[in-house]
Design a protein around this ligand. Structure first.
Ligand SMILES: [Zn+2]
Ligand SMILES: [Zn+2]
Length: 57
C-alpha cells in the first residue's frame, strides 16, 4: 500500500497514514497495529473480545 500523508484520526498528528481494516480510519503509524492491520482502538477492542489462552505481553 502506498504511503498516504495526512492527519491521524486518533492523535491528530501529521505523518504517514495507515488505514484501519476494521473502522477505515486513517491513523499514523504510532496509532496503528501493523500486526493486525488495525488502529490501536480496534486492536484494543479485538484484544478485549478475544480470550487468549496465554497472554502475549
Ligand atoms: Zn496517531
Ligand atoms: Zn480501527
Amino acid at each position: 500500500m502506498a504511503d498516504v500523508v495526512g492527519l491521524c484520526d486518533i492523535c491528530g498528528r501529521p505523518g504517514s497514514m495507515c488505514t484501519c481494516q476494521l473502522c477505515g480510519r486513517f491513523v499514523c503509524e504510532r496509532c496503528y497495529e501493523h500486526r493486525h492491520s488495525l488502529c490501536i482502538e480496534c486492536a484494543h477492542q479485538k484484544r478485549r473480545s478475544d480470550t487468549p489462552s496465554h497472554p502475549i505481553e
